[in-house]
Write a protein that binds this ligand. Sequence first.
Ligand code: PLP
Length: 418
Amino acid sequence: MSDWIARMREAIPNGASVMCDWFAEQADNAVITTTDGRKFIDFAGGIGVLNTGHRHPKVTAAVAAQLDKFTHTAFQVVPYYSYIELAERINRLVPVSGKVKSQFFSSGAEAVENAVKIARSYTKRNGVIAFGGAFHGRTMMTLALTGKVLPYQADFGAMPAGVFHALYPSSTQHISVEDAIKSIKRIFKSDIAPQDVAAIILEPVQGEGGFNVAPPAFMQAVREICDEYGIVMIADEVQSGFARTGKLFAMEHYAVQPDIITMAKSLAGGFVLSGVSGKADIMDAPRKGGLGGTYAGNPLGVAAALAVLDVIEEEQLCARSQQLGERLTGFLKGLNAPEITEIRGLGSMIAVEFGDDEQPNAAFAAKVQQAAMAQNLLLLTCGAHGNVIRFLYPLTIEDDTFERALAILAESFTQARA
Ligand code: PLP
């Protein structure tokens, strides 16, 4: 295996940082088997892609069936029924009222890029307001929207213009709802007139930023600002979507609705697909041919997504998400760990923070992660300082595997203190 690590270092550049020093051979539901036969419980889910688990039999069967028909035509050249079926289904499911339309792309970043293009085209305005701690992707526009300089933006030169960052509420960063709203109004005073702002984009639960949950009063206030100035409200649900928070979309937890929703990751259960859904009049703004992409709405991803929606429904994964999240939260509280400052989240989008913005304890998060890794449990960190551990296990995880992971987690906390 060390030979492969040497080959990886030789063949792949520095910018592609890799977390594990082992390699995947096989993966089933919540377990990844390594090339040397170890079995890891996967609490990373390919960064939130596997709410329906690795290789869900219904998802792989749907993709296999599609493989026997055709794998690519470019939807904008030769269309296929399944894309339309998926759009119709998603249109019915997204928490956006009135007539809704959807278009599919490949990556989450591509979905966000297109959401911004749609909002600009609709409003004929340029500015976009995003939030500190946000993560929207690694393409130039989404990088500009991302509210974390290291390691994402640094060294990559000037970002696209017209993007401004407001504060996102967070108790451990000592940012109240009032502070956050004031920061938007400050942007209107010092950076850009609200009449020049095309969109405000926010994650209802910040993913990379540390699973900070938008308080309802904040969401309400953002909606009101958007309504007052004719700004398009975009909810980026790339990480929070598809039952992760106990609802199909995290925005269903709120009394207000966005105009546009971006989605990707668990939409297609391990296959490549993203989407943008929104109010039909907004979605229809770009001229014919203004949106698209060679692989956008690839038939394999679309087949997977239709199966994912069936699985979420049939296996009641929203309820399962809620149940697992409650078990995890109770377990974390029961650890009574003095290092924990906050346990937060919605449904199964749960994270635990060590220290706070002033005294982040990233070292403890890293030690827990390493101790878990040594015991075959895969965990991810996140947050402004890397001092948060987030849990992104498949919602299809078996009870005994989940309990085994919690036992490893408890032991990892003990070892992290040694
Ligand atoms: N938006 C959010 C909220 C995300 O969490 C991510 C990825 O982590 C993205 C956008 C970018 O998605 P992708 O990596 O598929 O481009």
